[in-house]
Design a protein around this ligand. Structure first.
Ligand code: M6R
Length: 603
């Protein structure tokens, strides 16, 4: 995680330029931040604990004239989030910012300590900096020096580096952490992703593993792993700077929740009008493995339910950090679906590479265009949800579910399992999705009402069966990550096998029942919790509407009944809004919850 940006150019306000860019990278971590500038030939560092606004406050009123700066926003891995551990780090003639983890830093540190090098921080990054400086003492060619140093580093890195003795030049390189080089008439950039440079330019080069960039104000030179100069394609970003603004909403999360009617409707209409995923032959595969982390894994759970129940295809869903080290049966007849909003999640990427190495076909469901998972997957289906800034995913997740729904429909078609009647119903749901979601979003008072009843509790439980059980997992994570309430999600029939011991008078239980066949069974499970004092919130669909809800629930909310291909999306939006209103009542930092970062590019 962590965000990095560097600028060198014609303008003397490099500090302001990198700070503006850094703010767009804050979703990558916000434990501390820092900047290094070259002021009259002297490298000065400024750092602050906490969010970038603290660094801005610290720099307010300081006149810093510099045409080159590198900056960093940190999600702490090695060492506490304090100023000493904040980047940039500096040793001898080398100053750098880093995203990633140098796994063998203890080994390298020992070597350097024996040579008399001293360290201020607890970080792996300072060791990397000192190691580069050590090599630089004997290898004055900077690209060769960096190449030698990087060949000793195990783990992941994206570096932006400045040397004391070469003013107005930034060097950059990467392995398993993203890095782009931005190009503009006024100067050039190195950055974790394009969002950091969009206020200045849309043109960029993707740096690949093993490549090095030498960046000056009017020239960018890229070297391959053999240190030969190479030409690279200049890309133009498709997302615009305004998509990174709140546009009047109180929070990015609320803005992104409100974008879902359009995002999901676009996915469905793209599918119906011009995309049949003809290059995916579901008859070819013995098994589907869905692999992802966090909410993307929860989307996979919905996908598993749909694939198994409607397309008769056995599916496993694995957490990427486990899958990458497991002895899975991955064969050339396996379809491995990797789901990732950012397309950069380290564990998901490693799982993708493992699947490739075993000859499986890989299918990426990705939002960030041009990201590593998108590029390395055999087949990539973009969700095209637009930039997601709030750390807690909303449209990222529902768009993944929407893509999975369409894949399942395609698999059913190929296997002759899709009846005309069901397809007509699905198409009807697809055309109603935007108005249904807008209707759900408009019911703000209902969610405030639920939030008022639950916000001052310590524990909460979500229960559901079938597809609702998968949806509960995401509802629970959403509430937990932004409101800091302890919440657990259980298959409704499983609660009584132990966890029901935690239900006491007033404990909120959110129960979801949308499936005709399982409806009554879920109600029995709610009654079990009610009998033990639970405060039951019942979420169901309007086809079950009758007067008996109050017999077993304290609050009930009904949604329009649809096929299961869209129902999960609708319930999820409602749960996002309950989480949002609850977090608001608890005065939480909704867009930047504590301890989290959006893009998890370390193991
Ligand atoms: O970018 P990815 O979809 O690969 O990210 C996966 C998870 O890190 C992510 O979904 C995480 O769980 C979010 N905090 C959920 O809101």
């Amino acid at each position: 995680m962590c965000g990095i940006i560097g600028y060198t150019g014609k303008k003397m306000n490099a500090k302001d330029i990198v700070l503006a860019g850094l703010k767009n990278l804050e979703y990558r971590g916000y434990d501390s931040s820092g900047i290094a500038v070259n002021e009259n030939g002297k490298i000065n560092l400024y750092k602050s604990h906490g969010k970038i606004s603290n660094l801005e406050d610290r720099l307010k009123g300081k006149e810093i004239l510099s045409s080159t700066a590198i900056a960093h926003t940190r999600w702490a891995t090695h060492g506490k989030p304090n100023e000493t551990n904040a980047h940039p780090h500096r040793c001898g003639k080398v100053t750098l910012v880093h995203n990633g983890i140098i796994e063998n830093y203890m080994e390298l540190k020992k070597e350097l300590l024996e040579k008399g090098v001293t360290f201020q921080s607890e970080t792996d990054t300072e060791v990397a900096c000192a190691y580069i400086n050590d090599i630089y003492e004997s290898e004055k060619d900077k690209i060769k020096c960096l190449s030698k140093a990087c060949s000793a580093f195990r783990g992941s890195y994206a570096f932006a580096i400045i040397f004391d003795d070469e003013k107005d030049v930034i060097y950059a390189t990467r392995k398993d952490s993203p890095l782009i080089v931005g190009l503009s008439d006024d100067g050039n950039f190195a950055a974790s992703d394009v969002s950091a440079i969009l206020d200045f330019t849309a043109k960029y080069i993707l740096l690949e593993y093993g490549e090095f960039a030498k960046i000056t104000k009017d020239k960018v030179t890229i070297y391959n792993a053999d240190l030969k100069e190479i030409e690279k394609e200049v890309k133009v970003a498709t997302w615009s700077a305004t998509e990174y603004k709140k546009n009047g909403y109180d929070h990015f999360m609320l803005k992104e929740i409100n974008e879902q009617p359009d995002v999901i409707a676009n996915i469905f209409s793209r599918y119906l009008n011009d995309c049949n995923y003809n290059d995916i032959d579901f008859l070819k595969y013995d098994a589907i493995h869905i692999v992802a982390c966090g909410s993307a894994m929860h989307a996979g759970m919905v996908g598993k339910y749909l694939f198994q129940n409607y397309a008769n295809i056995p599916v496993t869903v694995d957490i990427a950090s486990e899958y990458r080290y497991s002895t899975q049966m991955i064969t050339p007849s396996t379809l491995v679906i990797i789901i990732s909003q950012s397309g950069e999640t380290a564990d998901s990427l490693a799982a993708l590479r493992l699947a490739h190495s075993k000859g499986a076909t890989t299918l990426g469901i990705v939002n960030a265009v041009g990201s590593t998972i998108a590029r390395e997957s055999d087949i990539c289906i973009y969700t095209y949800a637009g930039p997601e800034i709030a750390v807690a995913t909303t449209k990222g997740y529902t768009s993944q579910v929407a893509i999975l729904s369409t894949l399942v429909i395609n698999a059913m078609k190929q296997k002759g399992l899709l009846s005309d009647e069901l397809f007509e119903n699905i198409k009807q749901d697809f055309s109603n999705i935007s108005s249904n979601l807008n209707h759900i979003i408009s019911k703000k008072e209902d969610y405030i009402n639920v939030a008022q009843k639950i916000f001052d509790h310590n524990d909460l439980f979500f229960i559901g069966r079938g597809i609702d059980s998968a949806v509960c997992m995401e509802g629970s994570l959403k509430l937990k990550e932004i409101s800091y309430m302890h919440s657990e999600s259980y298959a409704a029939g499983e609660l009584k096998h132990g966890t029901i011991s935690l239900i006491e008078k007033g404990t909120p239980v959110i129960a979801i029942a949308t499936n005709n066949d399982l409806y009554e069974k879920t109600i029995s499970n709610i009654k079990e919790t009610k009998a033990r004092g639970a405060f039951a919130i019942f979420i169901t669909t309007d086809n079950f509407k009758n007067s008996t809800f109050e017999d077993f629930s304290d609050i009930s909310i009904t949604l329009p009944k649809t096929t299961e291909f869209v129902q999960a999306i609708e319930v999820s939006v409602l749960l996002q809004l309950i989480a949002y209103e609850t977090a608001k009542l608890r005065n939480c930092d909704i867009d930047k919850p504590k301890n989290l970062a959006k893009s998890v590019t370390v193991e």
